[in-house]
Design a protein around this ligand. Structure first.
Ligand code: AMP
Ligand code: ZN
Length: 671
């Protein structure tokens, strides 16, 4: 039988391979549950033999100890910045200088690749494991972020190369992940990130690796340092990194000098479909030998240049600055603009974040401004054309009071003894906050009550019919019908759709309540732990802390926030009311299998099959079978498709599981 260490090593290899398929190729070979099962087994082995839980283990992706402070590290090889090019002429100039630097017969080829817009990192592997990761810093020295980088999924903790290997790349956040993350931030009462770059750059330097682990960071490597011994060209080095299981962008092309502009154009045309932001193309002399001949200036390599794509910008006039009151009371200034076209949409509002930003921009009502769609998400005011100012414009001042309820605005104290830049309305009964809370509760990712749009919520709050989300469930149809633009029929529809939301599961309910720090993902984890709201309310504060603290990835800040929310008398009585009103269903565990010919047998399906694995699972379940995500004690059958891993077969042997082919399965299903 395999020793713990052997089984551990095999599992690590399998998990890293799945991570690569998932995070790099975007082509997972197993279900999330399958993957979790592998990770669980790894954790079990490490619990038995803690020495195996090294920092390189995939179990350590949840993050370790909080850093004590910023540690600067001088790196072995300097990280250079890149010279920029903005036009075909600039590129022509670059190519000419390269050719001048080489002998006439030594014709260069160029590697053209996307310029990834994130935060640069350098990662050093030695003995096959990560020994150091740093930010670029000033090039010579960077900040030690080793623990943070270890948490990034898709960055393998181990690689099959035992010598020292230094790689550089960009930590990025995929656009789709940022969307989810921003919704989470909204749930936490935080400002959304304007673009993935800021989000990635902020996350990669955080002091608490467990927090970092919660961010959807990815890394894509674009350079291997001093690998001339092994590869002749940059392109070959990128291919080698991919072979080692390191994530690379895999979008490089190598072309002769007269193909460079076309290659750049191709990246520009395709980049909106890339999952990450690309702000340009990097053109590098492909041959390492030629790179060495060309050398460096004091700032840049002479063998590379960054071609920057023009950002999508427009100019318009700020007509007014409105103050928006958020769910958590945050007062956010919003610029109301003369409508203008920007990357295919009409923009008439731009976020201004807070008073500090307005001051920094020196933005005044009436100013002509340049706006940019940073990361193609929220339009930002980039700069004010102060030279275009005619006449005296008043500097903008944030109001002292909440525009919705007149309460004096305050700013929260942050940990570091400095107040945050955001002003808040402290009045919990502030109509704007009440409205935002109710609207949030009804949103798609929470209780999903489509009929409760902003306008209707506003009407209900203004009419005094709804003061909190519990009031929604006791609305009176005749009173709702009396509202403007409502009729009997639509009022009934609204009430029916609210009533239907009683059936939402606990995760949606918890999400809709807007517990600070708890977004969609955390709400689901919390719901699985809590099962019902009633049960959660029955917990003592200590029990609650214990339960929340047991959840994977919940750090002390989250636990504090949840504990505070549940201790708050107003929130408690609201939750109590919801329980009494029968809102929310218990969080489902595994659905019980129906009775059928296969009742009593369990199946683990693996490898490549002719049909989708989910469909096979569905067929099995419909016949009463239980699905096991991994082969364990009591698994009756292992359905081994093509390329079934040896570990699965070993497990089957160990547990006396019968191994069958897909054809045999089809027979069983037919019977
Ligand atoms: P800049 O920060 O404008 O000087 O541009 C140089 C930076 O671009 C490098 O330090 C890298 O962090 C980043 N970069 C992004 N993608 C690439 C790439 N494919 N090749 C080289 N550098 C890249
Ligand atoms: Zn207010």
């Amino acid at each position: 039988m395999a020793s713990n260490a052997e089984r551990h090593a095999a599992l690590v290899r399998e998990i890293e391979a799945h991570n690569y398929r998932y995070y790099v190729l975007d082509d997972p070979a197993v279900s999330d549950a399958d993957f979790d099962a592998l990770l669980r087994e790894l954790r079990e082995i490490e619990a038995r033999e803690p020495a195996l839980a090294t920092s390189a283990s995939p179990t350590q992706k949840v993050g370790g100890e909080v850093r004590a402070g910023v540690v600067k590290v001088k790196r072995e090889h300097r990280m250079f910045s890149l010279d920029n090019a903005y036009s075909a002429e600039d590129m022509g100039e670059f190519v000419r200088r390269v050719r001048e630097g080489l002998s006439d017969a030594d014709v260069p080829r160029f590697c053209v690749e996307p310029k990834l817009d994130g935060a640069s990192v350098e990662v050093v592997y030695d003995g096959g494991v990560i020994v150091q990761a740093t930010t670029r810093g000033d090039g010579e020295t960077g900040e030690d972020i080793t623990e943070n980088v270890r948490t990034i999924r898709g960055v393998p903790g181990t690689i099959p190369h035992t010598g020292k290997l230094t790689v550089r790349g960009e930590v990025v956040i995929f656009r789709k992940d940022l969307e989810v993350m921003n919704r989470e931030r909204e749930a936490e009462g935080l400002e959304p990130f304007a673009n993935p770059r800021n989000a990635a750059a902020g996350a990669v330097r955080m002091m608490d690796p467990r927090e970092v682990a919660r961010r959807p960071l990815r890394a894509l490597f674009y350079q291997a340092v001093e690998v001339e011994q092994r590869c002749d060209t940059h392109g070959a080095a990128l291919a080698w990194l991919a072979e080692l299981g390191l994530p690379t962008h895999r979008k490089e092309v190598v072309v002769p000098w007269d193909g460079v502009m076309a290659a750049i154009g191709a990246i520009d045309a395709a980049r909106r479909d890339y999952p990450y932001e690309t702000d340009g193309a990097v053109v590098k002399v492909d041959s390492f030998r030629q790179q060495a001949i060309l050398g460096f200036t004091s700032k840049f390599p002479k063998w590379a240049v960054a071609y920057k794509f023009a950002a999508e910008r427009a100019t318009t006039v700020v007509r007014s600055i409105e103050i928006n009151v958020g769910r958590t009371g945050a007062l956010t200034p919003v610029a109301i603009l003369d409508p203008v076209e920007l990357s295919g949409t009409t923009v008439s509002r731009a976020s201004l974040h807070n008073a500090d930003q307005i001051r920094e921009l020196d933005l005044r009502v009436g100013d002509r401004v340049v706006i940019e769609k940073a990361g193609e998400i929220i339009p930002q005011v980039l700069e004010v054309e102060t030279s275009a100012r005619t006449g005296a414009l008043e500097p903008f001042a944030m109001p002292d009071t909440c525009p919705a309820c007149g309460t004096k605005a305050v700013s929260r104290l942050l940990e570091e003894d400095r107040a945050e830049a955001t002003l808040r309305c402290p009045n919990r009964n502030c109509p704007a906050q009440v409205m935002a809370k109710i609207h949030y509760f009804a949103r798609r990712f929470a209780m999903d009550v489509a009929s409760l749009g902003l306008v209707l919520v506003q009407q209900l709050v203004d009419a005094g019919m709804v003061r909190d989300v519990a009031d929604l469930y006791v609305l009176d149809a005749t009173r709702v019908a009396s509202l403007d633009r409502m009729g009997k029929k639509s009022a009934e529809n609204v009430i029916a759709s609210i009533a239907a939301s009683r059936e939402r599961t606990l995760d949606r309910l918890l999400c809709g309540l807007g517990i600070p720090q708890v977004g969609q993902v955390a709400a689901r984890q919390l719901a699985e732990e809590g099962e019902t709201l009633e049960r959660m309310l029955s917990w003592s504060p200590e029990d609650l802390r214990q339960h929340a603290g047991n959840i994977r990835g919940f750090g002390p800040k989250m636990v504090d926030s949840i504990a505070q929310f549940f201790a708050d008398p107003v929130e408690r009585s609201l939750m109590q009311k919801l329980v009494e009103l029968g809102v929310g269903r218990p969080q489902p565990r595994e659905a019980p299998a129906p009775e059928g010919p296969l009742t009593g047998s369990s199946f683990c399906v693996t490898g490549v099959l002719s049909r989708k694995r989910d469909d096979v699972h569905a067929d099995l379940k419909a016949r009463g079978a239980t699905i096991h995500e991994s082969v364990k004690k009591g698994t009756t059958y292992l359905v081994a498709g093509e390329k079934t891993g040896k570990t699965k077969l070993d497990q089957a042997k160990k547990h006396g599981t019968k191994v069958i082919t897909e054809a045999e399965l089809t027979e069983l299903l037919g019977a």
